[in-house]
Design a protein around this ligand. Structure first.
Ligand code: C2E
Ligand code: MG
Ligand code: MG
Ligand code: MG
Length: 283
């Protein structure tokens, strides 16, 4: 077959592949095995308070190293999981690993939360809140230390159904974040009704604020909207110091990005965290 090359590596699966193409079925089988064997790795990227530099938490991100094809980016295997019935076991695996790690940071004395990404379909699963409650209990992590990140479009797919799930998660004490804010089509009215506590401005707006006044205007409006709705506002994709300085000026509460740290394997993340603590106060 002809594999297409992408920025991140070799594209072995095309989202528009026929559902039953041999190539796609082989990848689904490999992904299923990787999930069952717990071969999917979870990496962690810190979230920092912009004003103080304090590490508030970390986002868990899934990584798949395919035995033959090498690194497959999440933008490829997450859609594959979503369309092949594998997103549920994948999500539960990431949740379990993330909560276990969060428990260990907290035992080391770091008052940290962990954030896990949810796929749109997960909000349609009625037992999600019960499962989350059970995993929190097993890990010994308070519900308030877990943030679930959802996208605008996942709510807009089925606003009424998702709201039931979101309300139940909120009732548990779990925090909810709107991810990739600005890229979806959320109605502002709906945003106001959701039990969310955090807005993450998409990196496509953040990355050029130091050089483009239009992007700066978009980010400024998003920060103002977030604050008006009593949300904490996070900027993702902070790659340099000028961008961080602008975000500080705009009053953006939290930052995440390569300038602070790339997503790290759990052990490296724990070392990063330990080394960072004495320097609190310097972002
Ligand atoms: P996301 O949740 O918006 O995660 C942020 C993405 O931006 C991550 O890409 C992260 O590595 C990347 N990133 C962080 N800082 C920077 C930066 O300074 N510059 C740039 N250019 N990129 C930065 P990643 O890990 O490839 O994940 C892509 C998307 O895949 C995530 O977007 C999320 O939607 C999805 N994803 C990843 N892991 C999971 C998972 O366990 N479950 C679900 N449902 N989705 C996941
Ligand atoms: Mg996210
Ligand atoms: Mg995001
Ligand atoms: Mg994103």
């Amino acid at each position: 077959y002809v594999a297409k090359t992408t920025r991140t590596g070799v594209r072995v699966y095309q989202p528009d592949d026929d559902r039953n193409s041999p190539r796609r079925l082989a990848m689904v089988a490999d992904l299923r095995e990787a999930i069952q064997r717990h071969d999917l790795v979870v990496v962690f990227q810190p979230k920092l308070e912009t004003a103080t530099g304090i590490v508030r938490g970390a986002e868990a991100l899934a990584r798949w190293h395919h035995p033959a094809h090498g690194f497959v980016p999440p933008d490829e295997f997450i859609p594959l999981a979503e369309t092949s019935g594998l997103i549920r076991p994948l999500t539960l695996h990431v949740l379990e690993v993330a909560l276990r790690r969060c428990a260990s940071w907290r035992r080391m004395g770091h008052d940290m939360h962990v954030a896990v990404n949810l796929s749109p379909n997960s909000l349609q699963e009625a037992d999600l809140p019960d499962i989350v409650a059970r995993l929190l209990g097993q890990a010994g992590v308070p519900a308030s230390a877990l943030t679930l990140e959802i996208t605008e479009s996942s709510i807009m797919d089925d606003p009424a159904g998702s709201l039931v799930t979101l309300d139940r998660l909120h009732a548990l004490g779990v925090k909810l974040a709107i991810d990739d804010f600005g890229t979806g089509y959320s109605s502002l009215g709906r945003l106001r009704e959701l039990p969310i506590h955090e807005m993450k401005i998409d990196k496509s707006f953040v990355q050029r604020i130091a050089v483009d006044h239009r992007d700066r205007a978009v980010v400024r409006s998003a920060v103002q909207l977030g604050h008006a709705l009593d949300l904490e506002v996070v900027a993702e994709g902070v790659e340099d110091e000028q961008t961080l300085n602008h975000l500080r000026l705009e009053g953006c509460n939290l930052v995440q990005g390569y300038f602070i740290s790339k997503p790290l394997p759990a052990d490296e993340f724990a070392d990063w965290l330990a080394a960072r603590v004495p320097q609190l106060g310097q972002a």
